[in-house]
Design a protein around this ligand. Structure first.
Ligand SMILES: [Zn+2]
Length: 270
């Protein structure tokens, strides 16, 4: 897995950070992740290396606590696989993914670059990990009301994040997308697809379900398969879309295009 986030620099330090000689973090499925947990480093400056040295050397943990660390300049350091059950929110570790912003926000403010990168990172992760529907501050997890972390107001953070998402959808997806209706053996489906660069992209799950195809989500590669075959899908708001011709082929359906009504007609035995 490789992370590419438009507008943000991501540095993969998973294999270079100090880690424990023998101890390793437990593993989970991506679908176990329910929330992103926001932290501050509680140090005016710092680096993933310094935090890892402290967590391993002083605390005796398997590795750095966080999955991602965001520096003041907005650079995102990828520190642990999302599947690692690292130590950052006690009893909630199994279901939380840790994101730490460098700084002590009791006396400092997160930088605009940090907040922008945090928004981009969470948006990216939520598309890859649809079960991660929530964003909480460390302090909001059970048993941590005493802890002043991340020491910035989470209500404001979440409001800014939803505004960021709305803007991102408006900017990136909406202007390019022309809706496409889908008919299966003449009957209109309730789901719609969209046109992208002249290609009709159809919702994989809705079409496969209607046509009796088998849909699988491959965790390791973040791929969708239909009837055991790979698709060049695109994930939009947590749903996978695939080119109509590809999807029709794996479902053994004929496909025709009606450009006057922007409708994809699928035909075959279902
Ligand atoms: Zn914390």
């Amino acid at each position: 897995m490789n992370i590419t986030i438009p507008g943000a620099r991501v540095v993969d330090v998973r294999t270079s950070l100090p880690r424990h000689k023998t101890l390793r973090y437990g593993r989970r499925k991506l679908t176990d992740i329910r929330s992103a947990a926001m932290h501050h480093s509680a140090t005016v400056s710092g680096s993933p290396e310094a935090f890892a040295r402290y967590h391993v050397g002083t605390n005796g943990w398997p590795g750095i606590a966080y999955h991602f660390v965001i520096q003041k300049d907005g650079v995102i350091y990828w520190c642990n696989d999302p599947e690692a059950i690292s130590y950052h929110v006690g009893n909630s570790n199994r279901h939380a993914l840790g994101i730490c912003l460098v700084g002590d926000f009791r006396t400092q403010q997160p930088t605009a670059a940090q907040l922008e990168s945090a928004n981009r990172l969470i948006q990216y992760l939520q598309a890859q990990i649809p079960s991660m529907t929530q964003v909480f501050g460390h302090q909001e997890y059970p048993g941590y009301s005493w802890k002043n972390c991340p020491a910035f107001p989470m209500g404001t953070f979440r409001t800014n994040y939803s505004q960021f998402l709305q803007k991102a959808v408006g900017k990136v997806d909406k202007p390019k997308q022309v809706p496409v209706a889908i008919k299966l053996n003449g009957a209109l489906l309730s789901a719609t697809g969209f046109l992208q660069d002249g290609v009709s992209m159809l919702p994989v799950r809705a079409v496969a379900n209607a046509a009796g195809g088998k849909v699988e989500w491959i965790e390791q590669t973040k791929d969708v398969r239909v009837n055991g075959r790979d698709l060049t899908e695109k994930v939009v708001s947590g749903s996978a879309y695939a080119p109509a011709r590809e999807l029709a082929a794996v479902l053994a359906l004929q496909v025709e295009w009606d450009g006057s009504t922007n409708t994809v007609g699928l035909r075959g035995e279902v």
